[in-house]
Design a protein around this ligand. Structure first.
Ligand code: SF4
Length: 178
């Protein structure tokens, strides 16, 4: 089992700009957050095995998390000119996706039962097989923190990690649990 310090070094090496130890007992899987996954509020709804209505229920996710005893919150924070600076927002989001993929692969080798909670839908395959074929990698599927019912800003504040870095920054947040 990796120590938190080892996870932190790995996160730095993968390109994340900020991270914090995640106390798993702070995680609350809330239906009201899961309910924000709906066709009016998210383009990913009903488009991936990793998103509602296809993904695991909150009870199933909460049960899986009970077997974990160490976790890390990871962020990629980027600079933006203002809240409409979509190029910079998309660039930071893409960088976060790359960082997240790198760390997931490294951790999966050490911890096959890793739980990787990303920002947005699962991005392991270029084209999700949903709904025509079963998920290609059910053991590796990434379910977002929001779809898992986690109120991301609260998870950050409960674990002493900033969520909002001001008007000229954008932050993407994910976590790994082992
Ligand atoms: S692993 Fe592939 S098929 Fe499964 S949810 Fe992710 S993108 Fe879809």
């Amino acid at each position: 089992m990796a120590t938190y310090r080892e996870l932190e070094e790995m996160a730095k090496g993968c390109g994340f700009t900020h991270f914090a130890e995640l106390d798993i007992s702070t995680l609350e899987f809330k239906q009201e957050v899961r309910d924000m996954c709906n066709p009016k509020q998210c383009n990913s709804y009903n488009k991936s095995w990793s998103c509602p209505p296809a993904c695991a229920s909150l009870d199933e996710i909460s049960e899986r998390v009970k077997s974990c005893n160490i976790g890390i919150l990871v962020q990629t924070v980027g600079s933006i000119e203002d809240s409409m600076d979509w190029d910079a927002i998309m660039e930071t989001g893409a960088r976060h996706k790359v960082n997240f993929g790198k760390m997931r692969v490294l951790l999966n080798k050490m911890h096959p039962s890793l739980i990787a909670m990303g920002a947005g839908e699962c991005k392991i395959c270029d084209d999700c097989s949903y709904p025509d074929e079963p998920c290609r990698y059910p053991d590796k599927m990434e379910v977002s923190m929001e779809a898992s019912g986690l109120f991301v800003s609260k998870v950050c504040s409960d674990n002493e990690l900033k969520y909002n870095y001001g008007a000229e920054k954008i932050a993407f947040t994910s976590c790994f649990l082992m």
